[in-house]
Design a protein around this ligand. Structure first.
Ligand SMILES: [Zn+2]
Length: 384
C-alpha cells in the first residue's frame, strides 16, 4: 500500500481499557511510590509531563506537583506528542527523572459517549470535541470517507451482486484521497483484472466479490434501486494517501502517526478514543529509543510511563475533571544504563502493588500561603 507515513506500528497490538483505569488521585501516589521502590530519592526527582495543551489536563498536572513536590517539566505538544528535543534540558533538572506521556479523550457520563468534554467556562457550558487537536486532524479523512460512503452504490442486477463506484475513487494517479482496496470489493475477471461490466457517465459498475457479498449479506444488494454503501464501507476496503509534512514533531506529527490507521479510526464507534489510544502506543514506541540515546539521561535513573487520559466532564459545581489514567507501557533505566520495558499488564501490576498513601506529598495551599508571606526579594538592576 503506498502510504505517506513512516509509522510501522501494528494497530492491533492489544490496548486494554477494561479493568485498567485508575483515577489520578490514586495513580500519581502509586507512581511516586513505585519510583521510590526503584530507589529514586525523595526530593531529587524531576517529573515531566507530555500532555496536550487543554485545560482538562490541569488536574493531572496539579496531582503530579502535589505528590512529587515540584511543578513538572513540560515535554508535551498538542495531541500528546512527546517533544523529545526537550530531553536535553530536562535531564540536568533532577537526579532522577520521570516522564508521563498521555494522549487524551473526553467522556460525558450523561450520554456515556467518548470524545466530548464539558466546557464550564462557556455561556451554556457546552460540550465540545476532546481532544480538539485530534478531532481537527480527523476532519479531512471523515469528509473523504463520507464522500466514498455516498458515492459507492450496491444493487442486484439479474441475480448478480453489483457495485457501482464513482470515477474519482477509481483514479489511481491522485496525490491525495481515499483509495479503494479493489480486491476486497470487486470480483476480478479470468485475467485477474478489475474490468467493469458497465461504464456510466461518472461511475463504473463491477461484479462484487463473493467475500464482500458474504461479509455484508446479500440483502444489502437491492434489485429495485442501487443503495449507497454507507457503513458497509469497512476499514479493510480502503486506505488514505495525503501529502503531509514529514517534519519530526512538527505540526502534522500526530497526523503522520495516525495516517496508516485512519480507516480503523474513522470507522470505529468512538474515533477520538481510538485515535488517542493509537497515538499513545505510537509515541511510546518512538520515544523510548530517544531516551536510551539521550546524553543528559545517561548515568541517571529514568522512568517513562505512557497511557491514556480519560477526562470525565465536570459537573456544574466541580472545578476539575475526574481524570482517569489507563496505563499502556513503561520504560525504566537505572544509573548503570540497564533498561527494562513494562507491557500493559506488568505496568498495571507494578502500580497496583504500590500504596496510595504518600507521606511526602505537599500541601499546595500551604505552599502558596508560604510564598505569599515570604519576604520580597528585590532584583538588583545595577549590573544591567
Ligand atoms: Zn487535546
Amino acid at each position: 500500500m503506498p502510504l505517506t507515513t513512516n509509522s510501522t506500528y501494528q494497530a492491533d497490538a492489544g490496548f486494554e481499557i477494561k479493568g485498567m483505569m485508575m483515577s489520578y488521585n490514586v495513580f500519581i501516589p502509586r507512581l511516586y511510590n513505585w519510583c521510590k521502590s526503584l530507589n529514586f530519592e525523595a526530593g531529587k526527582i524531576m517529573p515531566s509531563r507530555a500532555f496536550c495543551a487543554d485545560e482538562s489536563q490541569g488536574y493531572p498536572i496539579i496531582m503530579i506537583a502535589k505528590h512529587f513536590g515540584t511543578f513538572p517539566f513540560n515535554h508535551g505538544r498538542a495531541g500528546g506528542i512527546v517533544a523529545t528535543d526537550r530531553h536535553g534540558p530536562h535531564g540536568p533538572h533532577g537526579e532522577n527523572l520521570v516522564i508521563i506521556q498521555a494522549s487524551h479523550v473526553g467522556y460525558d457520563p450523561q450520554t456515556k459517549q467518548f470524545g466530548h468534554y464539558r466546557r464550564l467556562q462557556t455561556n451554556n457550558a457546552v460540550c465540545s470535541p476532546s481532544c480538539g487537536k485530534i478531532d481537527h486532524t480527523l476532519e479531512w479523512y471523515q469528509n473523504e470517507y463520507q464522500f466514498a460512503q455516498q458515492n459507492i452504490r450496491l444493487h442486484n442486477q439479474d441475480n448478480q451482486e453489483c457495485i457501482t463506484i464513482d470515477n474519482q475513487l477509481l483514479r489511481e494517479n491522485r496525490e491525495e484521497g481515499l483509495f479503494l482496496n479493489l480486491e476486497t470489493l470487486i470480483k476480478p475477471n479470468s485475467d485477474k483484472q478489475y474490468v467493469p461490466i458497465k461504464r456510466l457517465s461518472t461511475a463504473k459498475v463491477y461484479v462484487a466479490s463473493s467475500a464482500f457479498v458474504s461479509s455484508i449479506g446479500k440483502s444489502a444488494f437491492h434489485a429495485d434501486m442501487p443503495q449507497i454503501i454507507g457503513e458497509n464501507l469497512k476499514a479493510n476496503t480502503f486506505y488514505f494517501q495525503r501529502q503531509i509534512s514529514q517534519t519530526e514533531e512538527g505540526a502534522q506529527h500526530l497526523e503522520r502517526n495516525l495516517l496508516a490507521h485512519m480507516p480503523q479510526v474513522i470507522t470505529s464507534t468512538f474515533p477520538l478514543l481510538v485515535a488517542a489510544q493509537l497515538n499513545t502506543q505510537i509515541e511510546f514506541d518512538r520515544t523510548f529509543r530517544t531516551i536510551v540515546k539521550e546524553h543528559s539521561y545517561q548515568s541517571k535513573k529514568v522512568l517513562f510511563v505512557a497511557g491514556l487520559n480519560i477526562d470525565i466532564s465536570p459537573e456544574m459545581e466541580q472545578i476539575f475533571p475526574l481524570t482517569k489514567f489507563v496505563p499502556w507501557a513503561a520504560y525504566f533505566q537505572d544509573s548503570d544504563g540497564n533498561y527494562t520495558t513494562f507491557e500493559q499488564p506488568e505496568l498495571m501490576q507494578a502500580l497496583k502493588q504500590q500504596s496510595t498513601e504518600n507521606p511526602d506529598q505537599i500541601d499546595l495551599e500551604d505552599a502558596i500561603q508560604h510564598m505569599t508571606k515570604a519576604k520580597e526579594v528585590i532584583i538588583d538592576l545595577e549590573n544591567i
